[in-house]
Design a protein around this ligand. Structure first.
Ligand SMILES: *[C@@H]1O[C@H](CO)[C@@H](O)[C@H](O)[C@H]1NC(C)=O
Ligand SMILES: *[C@@H]1O[C@H](CO)[C@@H](O)[C@H](O)[C@H]1NC(C)=O
Ligand SMILES: *[C@@H]1O[C@H](CO)[C@@H](O)[C@H](O)[C@H]1NC(C)=O
Ligand SMILES: *[C@@H]1O[C@H](CO)[C@@H](O)[C@H](O)[C@H]1NC(C)=O
Ligand SMILES: *[C@@H]1O[C@H](CO)[C@@H](O)[C@H](O)[C@H]1NC(C)=O
Length: 236
């Protein structure tokens, strides 16, 4: 992937072992609030997940939304469609919701630890079970984040997944987070085998070959390069 090599170049200037400093170079405002990608049809809060009966209200378009409170709670709403090159009619749809507590780590990453009541609905017209709901309780790590100013959309949150892949940029919807209650919202019987460790969920997250890692770098260069190439929109 072209972007992958660009990222590797831009991020090759890390201050190894140094703690991140949240100045206006890294984030021009704080992360608290609700953020949403694209046309902002996907939003955390009551309009997306209905945990009591494990259902979803379908957004008009795909996208993702993250909320963070100032006292350490987060919520994620995601709606994706994955195409299938060999079978164009086999488009898999995934609706995914979870919430819990997050940590802004000293090295600039974010760890999200779910309460355990998260779930996702998978629609795969070509699979034996074409539509089903399953628990989703993966701890996730975002290796880097930053907030910049978009001349049109305003404050823009950029998150980078565990493997460095950037998520679609998200615009600030509201500085007061729009979230469901920050506690477990349904009873979950813990599975016999849990999905422990950092998430590698191939359906929800972008597929990516090979692992890359780095420490702290300026992400503004990346944002400029990536959006200059118009690649961000491809990554949703
Ligand atoms: C960057 O974000 C952190 C966490 O939300 C916040 O504490 C800090 O004040 C922010 N920096 C600026 C310049 O707003
Ligand atoms: C789930 O519950 C909500 C209310 O919380 C209700 O509006 C919705 O119709 C229910 N959906 C299903 C599939 O039962
Ligand atoms: C495409 O669909 C086929 C048939 O259902 C499946 O075997 C294959 O794994 C799918 N490929 C991807 C990339 O999802
Ligand atoms: C950054 O810190 C987190 C939390 O301590 C840790 O899990 C992660 O491995 C660290 N990342 C790097 C690149 O050292
Ligand atoms: C969900 O994951 C968290 C963090 O790994 C764990 O503490 C909790 O027991 C899990 N809950 C369930 C229901 O699996």
């Amino acid at each position: 992937m072209i972007l992958a090599s660009l990222l590797a170049v831009v991020l090759a200037v890390p201050a190894l072992g140094q703690d991140i400093v949240y100045t206006s170079i890294h984030n021009i405002t704080n992360i608290y609030g609700t953020w949403s990608s694209g046309s902002q049809n996907v939003m955390t809060g009551p309009g997306f997940a209905q945990p009591a009966n494990e259902s979803f209200i379908y957004p008009k378009t795909t996208g993702l939304s993250y909320s963070f409170t100032s006292d350490g709670y987060y919520e994620i709403a995601r709606y994706r469609m994955n195409g299938n090159g060999s079978q164009p009619n086999c488009i898999t749809g995934v609706l995914n919701w979870c919430h819990g507590t997050y940590t802004l780590n000293p090295n600039g990453s974010i760890t999200t630890i779910p309460f355990g009541d998260g779930y996702q609905q998978i629609q795969d017209p070509c699979a034996a079970y074409s539509n089903f709901v399953q628990n989703y309780n993966d701890t996730e790590i975002y290796v880097q984040w930053g907030i910049s100013q978009d001349p049109v959309k305003g404050y823009t949150l950029q998150l980078y997944q565990y493997d460095g892949t950037p998520l679609a940029p998200q615009w600030l919807v509201s500085t007061s987070p729009n979230m469901l209650p920050t506690q477990s919202l349904r009873n979950v019987t813990p599975p016999l085998t849990t999905n422990s460790g950092l998430t590698q969920n191939a359906i929800v997250l972008n597929k990516n070959a090979g692992e890359r890692r780095w420490a702290i770098g300026s992400i503004h260069g990346i944002l400029a390069i990536a959006s200059g190439l118009g690649m961000m929109s491809l990554l949703l």
